[in-house]
Ligand binder design. Structure first.
Ligand SMILES: Nc1ncnc2c1ncn2[C@@H]1O[C@H](COP(=O)(O)OP(=O)(O)OP(=O)(O)O)[C@@H](O)[C@H]1O
Length: 908
């Protein structure tokens, strides 16, 4: 195995050449692992720790920082003799007394994620196993050390306590800040765990520990630790904030910063011609880091291309992608948000399915525009795993393990930054960043999942032309990026798509969607089946037929449900129109993804429109992407106002932007529908005004928001006699689920709503108020607050929260209304009493008052008011009883009816 030392071009010492001697068990394990020499960061830090110094170490990803603290910890624990052993003897004595012995922790490692904690535990394991080998048994320093992981989510605290009690010792604690803090709070006061003899504390990925807001937990942990200890802070990037941690936990720390030396080799002679020290380089030199300029809707095609052809950057001739070997490659793909990871994961899995086997919920074939022949078979060989922080911990562990264990073919892990730090998977060759990270410091960490331990690897980040300034920006931060130039796949895509189309046409005679337009849209449950108005032989964009259809559905479709089928071919090329000269220069190296985009975009659109689940997820993904985009720290590069909304929506398979404040002023560019407009004008069915308006719309494609709104919202602006520009409708409310169970439930809900509306209408008609309830079918759907909130929320968790909040508000509103009604009744009752002169009032009035007050008290939901109303009601009942009794006494007449009902339920 190549040494990470060689990766950075330094001649590093062998383990035995270190200024401090390592224990034979450590040397034995290192030789078994095949690690012959130290890496630079190990060379620098191991002696410092063993000389009782605190260390802040900053070294590029994959440079062996883990062993740089694991080895000193083991050495210190083996050397710590007398004090801890004496403590153990004391503990054993207490055990004899029936009390649990105290475990003396010797070292503690805090990491930001569970996966990283478990990985560090795995690094310890071979060293701990060696301590149990018979050949070292006679060594007086050797003892069976124990190391345990404590992370939130998977095991409960009780499980953790049980596992501590089950083990005889606890020498090393590895964990995430929250769980370790809780653990210490539970075990230190009871003396189950003692930190008195702690030798070393390590904060791995120290800068992130601070960034993620763990600093409170870390300070709480520091509170339990002895001052006399060694502390190490490790990361590939140190931020200013870490200075606070340094102050809090480290004493006169030594700063270790590993420099990267670059060697320039003459390609002709193969000799090193120059050598320059690049102190700030944050990525290993064995990493081929590149940027790929593409539009937002080219990211999916670009991802497909990168997955199928990971070596594209180093090839000159256009390949046949299906003959390329992605064999057992592993790729990690980073995205901004959890919703995006979920969405792209589903899309990739759908792309990898046999199109002939896709069906709707009722079992009928689900036709999608044909993709290049052989593509799905190729993608089907990929294992797709989607990992993000909102998954259940157990599921998250399972998914991660499945990615690690997959050895039988290529695998791709779609993830958020949850997998950006520290994870060491030696067979990851490629990292793709679909979105650049919010925090530029995270960039190097993401890239660093490839090219680890001296191996080679590649990293590609996708940037829009407007974001191209990111390249010099990252260069200044020690991450040089080269352009990604790839041979075009156009010829291959054209041929392979033609083959696929021919096959699909031969196997399915009817209804094959136009690959440019997704599909002709149907609204099967409309009272007027507008689709029937379009002659079967009409071209998809037949203006006259479409105009008739529009007329028919004009009032039937709710505004929210109207969207237009896009013209995928006519979108302007933002690469050609970019105003930024720096970006324009960079576009010259942009890959030509046009052909693949031209088939993938319509496919994605059709797939989204035929699966409600995918539609919901893509809306959520777009919303979350937008919100995340605003949060970029480099705001001067990532500006929402620079986003080309047409390509954004298309990138998510949508042709309409979700309602959200960020896009309230935006509308899809008119040219998104360019071909439809051109058809309308050229067929002569529109008026001259139509043609002019269309020409205007096209001319002002990217600037005139009002024109855009006209184009996308025809119902609002397309009253009779005015130009109409839309030809096809999609009723998003009608998009079905593919899952039969969910579809059945959806249809049932629709039917129930329709039945309720019909019953209400019939009841209103019978009561002689036919206008009170709108007739079924014409009732405009009031947007349901909960559903709306759920749709616009940018993560599933937030969606659930929004729904809960909306329901709570609704309940509170209902209660408030009821309380108001009760108060009204109460007031009326008081007025009645006042009008009739209090207890002297006639019996009927007293009874009415008591009844009203009691009723009000019973329905009241506000506790305070209810208590007051109940008191008042009891008083009223007492008055009434008193009145009845006095009447009986004075008249001598026993009138039973007067006394009846002198009590009301619910007043006790
Ligand atoms: N001395 C060594 N010789 C050879 N390989 C090594 C050596 N030390 C570590 N490695 C290997 O290098 C790889 C990267 O190590 P490690 O995970 O510790 O990197 P890191 O610097 O912590 O990276 P990151 O910053 O991403 O957390 C591992 O696969 C490890 O086994």
């Amino acid at each position: 195995m190549p040494s990470p030392g060689s990766a950075v071009g330094s001649l590093t010492p062998a383990w035995t050449e270190l200024p401090v001697a390592l224990h034979p068990t450590t040397l034995h394990t290192l030789s078994v692992l095949g690690f012959e020499r130290c890496t630079p960061v190990q060379t620098a830090t191991i002696p410092l720790f063993l000389e009782h110094k605190d260390v802040v170490a900053e070294a590029v990803t994959g440079s062996g920082k883990t062993l740089a603290f694991v080895i000193p910890i083991l050495e210190l624990l083996l050397r710590r003799g007398t004090t801890a052993e004496a403590a153990e003897a004391g503990a054993a004595a207490r055990r004899l007394g029936g009390k649990q012995p105290t475990r003396h922790v010797g070292a503690m490692i805090i990491t930001p994620t569970r996966e990283l904690a478990k990985q560090i535990h795995a690094v310890f394991q071979p060293f701990l196993d060696t301590l149990r080998l018979p050949q070292f048994r006679d060594d007086p320093l050797v003892k069976p050390l124990s190391c345990q992981v404590f992370v939130g989510g998977e095991a409960t605290m009780d499980h953790n306590l049980a596992s501590i009690k089950a083990a005889r010792r606890l020498d090393v604690v590895i964990g995430t800040p929250g769980r370790v803090q809780e653990l210490l709070a539970r075990t230190c006061p009871t003396q189950l765990v003692s930190l008195k003899h702690l030798e070393m504390l390590v904060l791995d990925e120290g800068d992130q520990l601070l960034d993620l807001g763990f600093d409170v937990s870390i300070r709480a942990i520091l509170h339990w630790l002895p001052k006399q200890r060694r502390t190490g802070l490790f990361s590939a990037t140190m931020t200013d904030g870490v200075q606070h941690l340094v102050k809090a936990g480290l004493r006169n720390p030594h700063r270790v910063q590993v420099t990267v030396e670059r060697q320039h080799v003459d390609s002709a002679t193969g000799h090193v011609v120059a050598s320059s020290k690049v102190r700030e380089q944050r990525i290993p030199t064995t990493l081929d880091a590149r940027f790929l300029t593409c539009r937002l809707d080219e990211k999916l095609p670009a991802l497909i291309q990168l997955l199928l052809d990971p070596d594209a950057a180093s090839r000159d001739a256009p390949p046949d992608p299906l003959t390329l070997s992605a064999a057992t490659r592993k790729t990690i793909v980073f995205m901004s948000t959890c919703a995006q990871v979920e969405h792209w994961g589903r899309v990739l899995r759908l792309l990898a399915q046999d199109p002939a086997g896709l069906t709707h919920a009722d079992g009928s074939p689900r036709r999608l525009p044909p993709l290049p022949a052989g593509l799905w078979e190729r993608l089907a060989s990929f294992h797709v795993a989607a990992l993000h922080g909102q998954l259940e911990p157990v599921k998250r562990t399972k998914i991660y393990a499945s990615f690690i264990a997959h050895m039988t073919g290529p695998a791709v892990l779609l993830c958020t930054d949850v997998a950006a730090r520290g994870l060491d998977l030696d067979d990851v060759d490629q990292v793709i960043q679909v979105d650049p990270p919010h925090d530029p410091a995270q960039f190097a960490h993401r890239c660093g999942r490839a090219a680890r331990g001296g191996r080679t690897g590649s990293a590609v980040v996708m940037l829009t032309p407007e974001e191209a300034v990111y390249v010099p920006f990252m260069k200044n931060r020690g991450v040089p990026l080269r352009p990604f130039v790839t041979p075009a796949w156009d010829a291959w895509v054209a041929t392979a798509t033609a083959t696929a189309t021919a096959t699909a046409t031969a196997s399915a005679s009817a209804d094959l969607p136009d690959p440019n337009h997704g599909a002709v849209v149907t609204a099967p449950q409309r009272p007027t089946a507008w689709r029937e108005l379009i002659p079967a032989d009409a071209a998809p964009w037949d203006a006259a037929a479409a105009a008739a259809a529009e007329e028919a559905v004009r009032d039937a479709l709710p505004t929210d449900a109207v969207i237009l089928a896009p013209d995928f071919a006519a979108d302007p090329d933002p690469l050609a129109t970019t105003a930024d000269p720096a970006a324009a220069a960079l576009t010259q190296s942009a890959p030509i993804l046009g052909a693949l985009r031209a088939v993938v975009s319509p496919w994605l659109y059709a797939a989204t429109r035929t699966d409600r689940d995918l539609l919901d997820r893509s809306v959520r993904a777009l919303v979350s992407w937008t919100r995340a985009y605003k949060e970029h720290q480099a705001t001067f590069i990532f500006r929402l106002k620079n986003i080309h909304v047409g390509t954004l929506a298309r990138g998510f398979g949508l042709i309409r932007l979700p309602k959200m404040p960020e896009w309230s002023d935006a509308a899809l560019p008119a040219t998104f529908f360019g071909r439809a407009q051109a058809t309308l004008s050229s067929t002569g069915t529109g008026t001259d005004a139509d043609a002019d308006a269309n020409a205007d719309a096209n001319a002002g494609a990217d600037t005139d928001a009002q024109t855009h709104t006209d184009a996308v919202a025809p119902r609002r602006h397309g009253a009779k006699g005015t130009p109409r520009r839309c030809v096809h409708f999609v009723d998003t409310l009608r998009v079905p689920y593919v899952d039969p169970k969910r579809e059945k439930q959806r249809l049932y809900n629709l039917a129930r709503k329709a039945a309720d509306a019909a019953t209400a209408a019939a009841a209103a008609a019978a009561a002689g108020q036919p206008d009170a309830v709108p007739a079924a079918g014409t009732k405009r759907r009031r947007p349901d607050a909960a559903a709306r909130l759920a749709q616009t929320a940018w993560s599933e968790q937030k969606a659930k929260k929004a729904v809960r909040a909306a329901k709570r508000t609704l309940r509170e509103q209902r209660e408030a209304t009821r309380d108001r009604a009760s108060m009204e009744a109460l007031k009326e009752a008081r007025a009645t009493l006042a009008a009739h002169g209090g207890v002297d009032a006639p019996g009927a009035a007293a009874r009415a008052r008591a009844a009203a007050v009691a009723a009000a008290a019973q329905t009241m939901t506000d506790k305070e008011r209810k208590r007051a109303a109940v008191l008042e009601a009891k008083e009223a009942v007492a008055d009434w009883k008193e009145l009845v009794a006095s009447r009986k006494r004075s008249s001598g007449v026993v009138d039973d009816s007067q006394g009846k009902g002198c009590s009301f339920d619910g007043l006790d």
